[in-house]
Design a protein around this ligand. Structure first.
Ligand code: LLP
Length: 417
């Protein structure tokens, strides 16, 4: 369910006309619906009503501080993978005691920052990382709360680039190594074992891989208990998919039910790290048609947003629906919707049946609220676009459009030049 709907053939976000926003802020821009973000978060939370749980929204999917504040106000925590995401989370008012820190390559300064901030726990992905965390904590005279990230070796049956829980992936510790590493953690003077974590992949459209992973983790917890290691938090990661096109992923309630059934009566707090399922369909990218032209055997619609704004089509061949903001064209055409960047991979949609748009028309690139802005860049020295949040009949610029000066901020020309 989302709040991007047509009223008299014109697309609105909640009660605000998208054309009106475009007139006031220019194009392109990311647009988030507050009501949709809120609804998705609460739906997800409700799905786990039956168990002690903490929803740590995955900052990498959408890290705008207004978005993070919204979830913090709803009681959520945060899943971070860098010092930068920690900074954002704290700025947004996420309680540090609800922040979990994942990632295979945490730097020492990031570990220290997280220890000083008193986060809930580190999801540790290697023995060497464990050692470094122990050393940092000793230096700060603290006890570092940790979970070990297990690679359960289950196939999430998703795009290979976003599959993370297979034994050939770089993430986590394999089941054999993990028991040993737990013993090592237990022996560390400045580490406190709190939990176990896993994340098997993203954009999963079935429940069974999650259930399989949880089954393996449960077995592991039992093994650990026989060695005197007890677990307070079980972090199952994120990964629930959304509908971009024809996919029919399980509803969060179905996912929650399956997980809770597998979990049974468990004495720990379940942590979930959803990103896409909450933010994905709560945001769109609004872009304007610059030109149209007929190639030898293709029709091109050239728009003012590009792969630097939304890289998913170029990077994963991802599908994003493209809808007209004003439904006033009768004819349709099969077209490639492309950006101005000097690469053939710069496309938003390929061979797509869309209305026969003209220069100046607005298009909405749907399902762009997750891994949209956060993966954007300044490639081709293009300014990063603004992020707008709508609440009911008002809109708020939650990140301003960059300026040319922003583009060179921090750059300097050495005196010898
Ligand atoms: N937790 C961990 C440890 C993760 O690595 C991820 C995503 C999540 C949670 C959130 O997963 P989600 O619920 O959003 O599926 N850029 C790609 C997606 C990469 C996902 C990486 N990890 C894309 O645009 O599809």
């Amino acid at each position: 369910m989302h709040h991007f709907n047509y009223q008299n053939n014109e697309m609105y976000c909640e009660d605000v006309s998208i054309s009106q926003i475009a007139r006031e802020v220019g194009t392109p821009f990311y647009l988030y619906s507050h009501a949709t973000l809120r609804h998705h978060f609460l739906t997800f939370q409700k799905a786990f009503e039956g168990v002690n749980h903490l929803i740590c929204f995955s900052a990498k999917s959408n890290s705008n501080i207004a978005v993070l504040r919204l979830f913090a106000k709803l009681g959520g925590g945060l899943d971070i993978v860098s010092g930068g995401e920690l900074f954002r989370g704290l700025k947004a008012g996420v309680p540090p005691g609800k922040i979990v820190f994942s990632g295979v390559g945490k730097r020492e300064d990031e570990i220290v920052y997280a220890l000083e901030s008193n986060i809930l726990m580190f999801n540790v992905e290697s023995f060497q990382e464990l050692e470094l965390i122990d050393q940092c904590a000793a230096r700060l005279n603290k006890e570092a709360p940790i979970a070990l990230r297990v690679n359960p070796d289950v196939d999430p049956r998703t795009h290979p680039y976003v599959s993370t829980g297979l034994k050939e992936n770089k993430f986590g510790l394999n089941v054999e190594a993990v028991v040993e590493t737990y013993s090592a953690a237990n022996a560390c003077s400045h580490v406190k074992v709190m939990g176990i974590s896993c994340h098997i992949g993203s954009q999963l459209t079935e429940v069974s891989p999650f259930v399989d992973a949880l089954g393996r983790i449960k077995d592991l917890i039992a093994t650990l208990e026989t060695s005197g290691i007890s677990i307070s938090y079980l972090d199952l990661g994120g990964g629930l998919g959304i509908t971009y096109d024809q996919e029919s992923p399980p509803h969060p309630s179905e996912y929650g039910k399956a997980i809770m059934e597998t979990l049974g009566q468990a004495p720990f707090t379940l942590i979930l790290e959803p990103g896409r399922v909450i933010a994905g369909n709560a945001g769109i990218l609004v872009t304007r048609v610059l030109y149209t032209k007929s190639g030898e055997d293709k029709f091109f619609v050239i728009v003012d947003s590009a792969m630097n704004d939304l890289v998913r089509p170029a990077l994963y061949g991802a599908y994003h629906a493209v809808e007209p903001v004003v439904r006033d064209r009768k004819e349709t055409i099969e077209a490639d919707v492309v950006g101005p960047i000097c690469e053939s991979g710069d496309f938003i949609a390929r061979d797509r049946r869309i209305p026969l748009v003209q220069s100046g028309d607005l298009l909405a690139v749907m399902s762009a609220g997750a891994y949209g802005f956060t993966m954007s860049s300044n490639y081709n020295s293009r300014l990063r676009v603004p992020e707008i949040m709508v609440k009911e009949d008002r809109f708020f610029v939650v990140r301003a459009r960059e300026s040319y000066e922003d583009l060179i901020a921090g750059e300097s020309i050495p005196p010898f030049l």
